[in-house]
Design a protein around this ligand. Structure first.
Ligand code: CA
Length: 223
């Protein structure tokens, strides 16, 4: 399995790397939530993420939430420091598949990882369709009027957000939060620029479906 370990305790991180490598996993490590998110969303084919809750920049709960919001189905094993019910519930609510309370036995970590690897994907590939658009969240393929269109990651996210709520007006801020979930300081003008690119890529007739709602945001015309 290809495993990402997100753990800020450098000693534990090194130990987990050694252990998992011995168990014949391919291991990547990240010491912060930001780095972990970057690796997890970079297109790396991960089979599981071992995710610590207490990270310096943001919590493991946040990381799980962001990944799930982006449609990632990578199994997540959460490492919590306390055996508090609220922690476990929050972790599972955030989209974790399993959790382990620190300190844990390494055998147990390995066993749980193997179990996660055997688990079939919980969510099937979902195609979002509206008007001429079809977007597959798993393969990240987009077709417009049956023809494949090559979109950048941000263009894809913006179209995905619109396709999730056809007919609804979405504000620039909503689109910004969806396509840039890391809280990078961007202005609503960025959204405008990406909508412009998106319209150009999908072609004139499909671009008409992406309507500007003056002073508010954008709406995908239903059809
Ligand atoms: Ca920690």
């Amino acid at each position: 399995m290809h495993v990402l370990v997100v753990e800020d305790d450098a000693r534990l991180s090194r130990l987990l790397r050694r252990l998992l490598t011995q168990d014949r996993h391919v291991v990547e490590t990240a010491l912060t939530a930001g780095d972990g998110l970057e690796i997890a969303t970079s297109g790396a084919e991960l089979d599981a993420i071992v995710l610590d809750v207490g990270l310096p920049d943001r919590s493991g709960f946040d990381v799980a939430r962001i990944l799930r919001k982006q449609g990632s189905q990578i199994p997540i094993l959460m490492l919590t420091a306390r055996d508090a019910v609220s922690d476990r519930v929050e972790g599972l609510d955030a989209g974790a598949d399993d959790y382990l309370v620190k300190p844990f036995a390494y055998e147990e970590l390995l066993a749980r990882l193997r179990a996660l690897g055997r688990r079939p994907p919980t969510r099937k590939s979902i195609a979002l369709r509206s008007g001429p658009f079809e977007l597959d969240e798993t393969t990240r393929r987009v077709t417009v009027g049956g023809k494949p269109v090559d979109l950048s990651q941000r263009e894809f996210s913006i179209l995905e957000c619109l396709l999730r709520r056809p007919g609804q007006v979405l504000s620039r801020d909503q689109l910004l939060d969806y396509a840039w979930p890391y809280g990078v300081a961007l202005t609503p003008n960025t959204v405008e620029a990406y909508i412009h690119l998106l319209r150009e890529k999908v072609g004139n007739s499909a671009a008409n479906y992406i309507e500007t709602v003056r002073g508010v945001g954008y709406r995908l015309r239903e059809g």
